[in-house]
Design a protein around this ligand. Structure first.
Ligand code: AMP
Length: 114
């Protein structure tokens, strides 16, 4: 199967602005930011989407959340950020390699009006 855009970034075949990397994941700046801060946290394992994650991916999924926390702290937005995972084409997913959007610096409080 051909590589996803994110695998090419992980393998340094495409350029990107990398905020964080470890053995399991990478955090990069989104090329078309939807907020002043828009980072993508991407597992190196190419899981196509969250709904295809396996029980054996549980620790990896938890790790991604801890990386969200770490990146938010490093960017000093730990008090106000949103995370989004688009799962499936109808939900707006365009890159079929699981990723978490971390968005900050913009008011998203009207997304879910009470
Ligand atoms: P999604 O629509 O949830 O699949 O999100 C895919 C995201 O990847 C979008 O926000 C795109 O702007 C972003 N994106 C696509 N290509 C690149 C790239 N080469 N570098 C960084 N972000 C990208």
């Amino acid at each position: 199967m051909s590589k996803t855009i994110f695998e090419k970034i992980i393998d340094r075949e495409l350029p990107s602005n990398i905020f964080y990397e470890d053995d399991l994941c990478i955090a990069i700046e989104d090329i078309a930011p939807k907020a002043p801060i828009h980072v993508l946290i991407i597992p190196k394992k190419p899981i196509q989407k969250l709904s295809e994650a396996k029980k054996t991916d549980q620790a990896l999924l938890g790790h991604l959340m801890m990386v969200v926390k770490k990146v938010a702290e490093e960017l000093n937005v730990q008090d106000a950020f949103n995370i989004i995972i688009n799962n499936g084409e109808k939900a707006g997913q365009t890159v079929f390699h699981l990723h978490i959007h971390l968005l900050a610096g913009r008011n998203f409080t009207d997304l879910f009006p009470g």
